[in-house]
Design a binder for this molecule. Structure first.
Ligand SMILES: [Cu+2]
Length: 1013
């Protein structure tokens, strides 16, 4: 790392460069002869003598290069594939992991220790899966991927060599033969740098919660005989990036890291290996941050486009087993299409869940000149010259001026493939793995079928895509479920969608019916069709947003409807929440004012540093500098770990589009071009999490980002790889988390008895280490420096409040917090003695208010219990009790439990259900000295007592009659009593009757009459 200060660097790169460029103009042709100085800035430039001694590209050399037309952008016309849509679409299978018995025997097995991360033994994994933050049991699943020189065939079809007018033309072979126009040929295999020697490379089916460690090994140096042509990193180095994995820098595969640490160069050269650890852990462990489709690709500085184009592409779908939400099993969780098979080797495959990687290429015609800035890096090629011996093999130009687009469109490495689908729903995962090409896809049917553009009379750029369905009409829709940031909050139903380089979008397509509702039939054909015309790497000329060319409908994948098949997947409804968005703070004006601003632009410099950010080419040795923000600052692109910020990504020119990618964490779009209503019509999935900012011409996009979990070097760059390789990239860093001042919390409030003890519960947030100190106006602590000391209260005779204070101190400062503790005098508490009252008499089914009570220290709580019946409030000492309708004479046991803090006591009372006695008729025969009556008892077993009632002047006249008893018969009896005494003449005699039951219960007094004797 250079020791220059930021100020020195800014001086060099802004003031000096600007002045130099203005001053020099086209004057100094000798600039090209300037020797490289070993400067690390854009090292290839230095080596090629295109840098000044200060590491800057001299304007003179730029002007010279421009004038010489070094990068004339002439592409060959690829030979026409004669029988398209015959080769089946390759559907990748999951890569098998390496068993522990094998990788433990490796020289330098994977592991968390120092020096275990790469073959240079100079790096260590920042976070191992067993780290408590990640919390995975055991080590990662280990994979091995070898970078190998190999070959690849894009088609099995024969081809017709054609020229720029679409007419048959001559062709060549490696033996030096020339074939006359009209000769149908077979293509030679193209040479690739492949992950495990294949294109696309392997697919790793990953799962959240199970880290994957991939050992990438460079075997590209072992094949010294195959002609590797004139593209791909000339030193055969690699640097693999898992696109938008939440990955530590040492495993991220980015040049800002690789130039400053690890290999300390552009990549890992032949013979080296590196363990990229993909934790499969969402940022900060927040499930809402989970993603669903990564890909890994080369990121070697200056040659990413060439290396990717040469085959370094791998797939990495990632599933979410939490609550079986998205685990590739359509019978569970969200029930997205997918039937999972767990393989014995520990991997798993998912049927009806197909990744589709799009890649355009162009094949050498043998007559197009090979000539660009990189000529000297491939001395064996002898450029500039034509290469008829490479006829039919992939052709590449580095093209700093625009970008690179091919004229043959491939899916999963096969040109114009066919996929026969079952009549059911599928999950399709789209990835644009192209260098520069953007696509817009529709599902179309065609009556006439594909016709070659050549046969339709097209020429030049209009031959791109080779085939057209000019009669194509849209017949199905896409149900979008995910973007590059994982599952959307809700589905989006779309007629078409754009796919820019590195972008991923996932869809459910229901192949049982067309969008008009009509059922599909076996044998029906649907074409996945690109309707975006992009004649060069600059921008699209036609699309739904830019104006469609009705004749430009390029079928890229033929889909044939096949047999019926079971389908237990469920199409999510518009209200189904697929994945909740993580929280985003309210964006304040202060946040907007203090944002970082990065403007991507086509510079005036041309050549290798054609593409700039904030006016300077990529410098891997320093973090970028933001343009001056509204708060007046130009901060360095450094963010403390744990921080978040608003970044503005701005397209400084109208003539180009840029898919701008930021490593490490996906972002959220806040606004486009000052419009804070997200999403706008052109970007419906801006509401999701994304790792690419698609920048239309002159567009400005504000995004909100977070910087969590790791520290170190990352990059952000245009994913038009021709732009990236020509300096449209910047380095940024996550620095150590800022120290935070402590915030103390003394806990409480507390209560303790006079002279008693209690354990305190203090705490504090802030950067550790933190020291603590308790103090109090009275009382003592067992250890005042502990967060949780035992506090001993003073002796008090009346309730007293004491203030406790906790002081927390760290390197930033100190903070105090207080809590109250109430000290109560010791009091004697008398246990309760309960009294249930009673005994109680109550008619069967009747009510009575109980008179329970208790002595003792209040508060006392009461609980009544009864063997039968009910209480209106069993916790009241005086509830109303409702007796059951049992037979008279039944005895109910009542109990009353009284409780206070000193104990409990129970008292019982009995309650007897009484007989109900009524008198139905009665008479008083004064003359006959008789009383007659009829009475009724509710009980058949009661013995009743007649209680005649004769008074004179308020006194019972003849109490001797009381006590007569009569046996009840059938509940009703009648009685005639003779010999009733006669009072003296003139006496007022009042007579009445009452009946009392032996089972309890008594009738009301029935007044019979009165007479005066
Ligand atoms: Cu770009």
């Amino acid at each position: 790392m250079s020791k220059k200060t930021v100020g020195q660097r800014m001086t060099e790169q802004t003031q000096l460069s600007r002045r130099d460029f203005l001053k020099l103009g086209a004057a100094g042709a000798g600039a090209l002869a300037l020797a490289g100085t070993g400067f690390r800035i854009v090292p290839d430039l230095a080596r090629r003598g295109l840098l000044s001694p200060r590491g800057l590209l001299d304007a003179a050399s730029i002007a010279l290069v421009d004038a010489a037309g070094v990068y004339t952008e002439v592409f060959p016309i690829s030979p026409l594939i004669l029988t398209p849509f015959v080769d089946p679409l390759p559907i990748p299978k999951a890569l098998a992991p390496v068993p522990p018995s094998v990788y433990n025997a490796w020289t330098g097995p994977p592991g968390p220790g120092p020096g275990q991360q790469n073959s240079l033994h100079n790096e260590q994994h920042q976070i191992w899966p067993t780290d408590p933050r990640v919390g995975q049991a055991g080590g990662p699943i280990v994979y091995q991927i070898k970078l190998q020189v190999s070959t690849h065939d894009f088609t099995s079809s024969q081809v017709q060599p054609i020229n720029n007018n679409g007419q048959p033309t001559t062709s060549f072979d490696a033996a030096g033969n020339t074939y006359p126009a009209g000769t149908v040929r077979s293509l030679p295999s193209s040479v690739i740098y492949g992950f495990n020697g294949t294109f696309p490379g392997p697919m790793i089916n990953a799962e959240y919660g199970k880290a994957a460690l991939v050992r990438f090994e460079n075997h590209l140096g072992e094949d010294t005989t195959t002609d590797i042509q004139d593209f791909g990193a000339p030193d055969r180095s690699f640097l693999t990036h898992l696109h938008n994995g939440h990955t530590a820098p040492e495993s991220d595969g980015n040049p800002n890291y690789s130039m400053n640490a690890g290999p300390h160069s552009q990549g890992y050269v032949p013979g080296m290996w590196v363990d990229n650890l993909y934790l499969n852990w969402c940022a900060s462990g927040d499930s809402r941050e989970k993603q669903s489709f990564f890909w890994f690709h080369d990121h070697r500085m200056d040659h990413t486009g060439a290396n990717v184009y040469k085959g370094m592409v791998g797939l990495y779908p990632i599933y979410d087993p939490e609550n079986n939400k998205d685990m590739g099993d359509e019978t569970q969780g969200l029930r997205l299409p997918g039937v999972r098979t767990n393989n014995p080797d520990g991997s798993f495959d998912v049927d009806y869940d197909i990744p589709l990687a799009f890649y355009d290429c162009c094949l050498d015609d043998g007559v197009t000149l090979h000539d660009d800035f990189h000529n000297t890096e491939f001395p064996l090629a002898g450029n500039p010259r034509t290469h008829p011996e490479w006829w039919g093999k992939t052709f590449f130009r580095h093209f700093p001026n625009h970008g690179f687009v091919g004229d043959i469109f491939t899916v999963n490495g096969t040109a114009y493939p066919t996929l026969t689908v079952k009549r059911r729903k599928y999950r399709l995962r789209f990835l644009d793995a192209s260098v520069s090409r953007c696509y817009e896809f529709k599902l179309m049917s065609s009556t006439g079928g594909p016709k070659s553009a050549a046969s339709l009379g097209y020429g030049g750029d209009e031959l791109q895509g080779q085939y057209r369905i000019q009669d194509g009409v849209q017949c199905m829709q896409f149900t979008q479920i995910a973007s590059d940031g994982g599952l959307l909050p809700n589905i989006i139903v779309r007629d078409s969608f754009e796919l820019w380089p590195a972008k991923r979008r996932e869809f459910i397509v229901d192949f049982t019916k067309y969008s008009n509702g009509k059922a599909t039939q076996k044998g029906d054909v649907i074409y996945l069709t690109n309707v975006m015309k992009m004649p060069d790497g600059r921008l699209m000329s036609n699309s739904s947003r830019m104006g469609l060319d009705p004749n430009y409908k390029i079928p890229v994948l033929k889909i044939v409807i096949g047999d019926n098949a079971p389908d237990q997947s469920v199409m999510p409804s518009p209200t189904t929440v697929l994945r909740q968005l993580p929280p985003m703070p309210v964006i304040t004006q202060a946040m907007l004012d203090n944002r970082m601003i990065f403007e991507v632009q086509r510079g005036g410099f041309g050549g290798e540093i054609e593409w700039l950010i904030n006016g300077i080419p990529f410098d891997p040795t320093f973090p970028a500098i933001s343009l001056k923000n509204p708060a007046g600052n130009s901060p360095l692109a450094q963010q403390p770990m744990g921080s978040n910020n608003v970044w503005e990504i701005r397209n400084g020119g109208g003539g180009w589009v840029h898919p701008f990618h930021l490593h490490m964490e996906e972002h959220r779009v806040i606004s486009r071009n000052g419009n804070f209503i997200v999403p706008d019509a052109g970007h419906p999935d801006d509401l999701s999490r994304e790792d690419l900012v698609n920048l239309d011409g002159s567009e400005s996009v504000l995004i909100w980002r977070q910087f969590r979990d790791f520290t170190g070097h990352y990059v952000a760059h245009c994913h038009n790889l021709a732009h990236e390789d020509h300096a449209m990239m910047f380095g940024w860093e996550i620095t150590a988390a800022l120290p935070e001042a402590p915030v103390a919390n003394a806990g409480g409030p507390y209560t303790v008895s006079s002279a008693g003890t209690t354990t305190l519960s203090g705490s504090a947030t802030g950067s550790t280490p933190i020291t603590y100190l308790w103090s109090a106006s009275a009382g003592t602590f067992s250890d005042p420096a502990s967060l949780t000391p035992v506090y001993t209260a003073p002796t008090v005779t009346a309730s007293t409040t004491i203030i406790l204070t906790l002081t927390a101190t760290n390197s930033v400062g100190f903070n105090t917090a207080s809590a109250n503790i109430t000290v109560n005098p010791v009091v004697t508490i008398v246990p309760p003695v309960a009294n249930a009252g009673g005994p109680y008499l109550v008619p069967s089914g009747g009510k009575i208010t109980l008179n329970g009570s208790a002595s003792g220290t209040t508060p006392i709580t009461y609980i009544w219990n009864a063997s039968a019946g009910s209480f209106d409030n069993y916790q009241s000492p005086n509830p109303v009790y409702t007796a059951p309708a049992f037979a008279a004479g039944t005895i109910i046991n009542l109990s009353l439990l009284a409780t206070n803090s000193a104990g409990s006591n129970t008292a019982s009372a009995s309650l007897t259900l009484t007989d109900i006695v009524t008198i139905s008729s009665s008479a008083y025969g004064v003359s006959k000295k008789t009383l007659t009556m009829k009475a009724k008892s509710s009980s058949t077993s009661a013995v009743l007592k007649l209680m005649p009632y004769l008074t004179t002047g308020g006194s019972i006249y003849d109490p001797s009659l009381l006590g007569n008893t009569f046996k009840l018969s059938k509940g009703v009896w009648s009685l005639t009593l003779s010999g009733v005494p006669q009072p003296a003449a003139g006496t007022l005699l009042t007579a009445g009757l009452q009946v009392k039951s032996s089972l309890g219960g008594i009738s009301p007094i029935t007044a019979l009459g009165s007479v005066t004797r």
